[in-house]
Design a protein around this ligand. Sequence first.
Ligand code: SAM
Length: 213
Amino acid sequence: MLNEKLQDYIDSLIQPRQGILAEMEEYAEINGVPIMEPAGIETMLQLLRLQQPDAILEVGTAIGYSALRMAFALPATKIVTLERDEERFNLAVDYIKRSGLQRQIVQIKGDALELEPEVSEYAPFDAIFIDAAKGQYRRFFEIYSRVLKPGGLIITDNVLFKGHVYDNHVIESKRIRSLVKKIDEFNRWLSSHPEYDTIILPIGDGVAVSKKR
Ligand SMILES: C[S@@+](CC[C@H](N)C(=O)[O-])C[C@H]1O[C@@H](n2cnc3c(N)ncnc32)[C@H](O)[C@@H]1O
């Protein structure tokens, strides 16, 4: 998003993670697990530190990396996180157990489009982090904005989708073209949503920050 030299400079100032987080980053890199990019996650954590939420809902746990980053940054915050992929869910169980933060993080397995009843037991939330199937962003947003407190934040990752949403280049893959269209429609819908004030930050893969009025 930012020019490459500027992005490299900012990334070079981000302190390397240690211990289990470094191990998870290595696992994600080797196994192609798409965890949030460094500048994106640092930005989100800083917003959350300012907000000091009591409870956060995360849609898309993967192996538990961002859930653990949030838990370490906000020791008094409860985190509820949703994942449908069994293998990733189980890896996240192991990592979270090893971190000793299993009482702070509630993992729910299943399709986030169908988990509203289970999630409601932990509602309301002060912040929601949407980082799951990009084609479903609007549905995740609509379902879970019901359990967000007034004044709460919804942070959505990957809304600039590697630049595809604003670059006019030809995209060969029909699947990618359709995803780009969906993300662009989501961004337009979100930016004009009457109940939210939204800004898209050109950080990481593009991070939308929406505040409920
Ligand atoms: C980008 S990864 C999440 C990365 C994680 N937030 C991090 O930064 O460490 C997206 C995850 O969402 C999961 N996912 C996608 N659609 C989902 C759905 N409808 N319900 C639950 N999980 C979903 C995928 O299986 C994948 O593991």
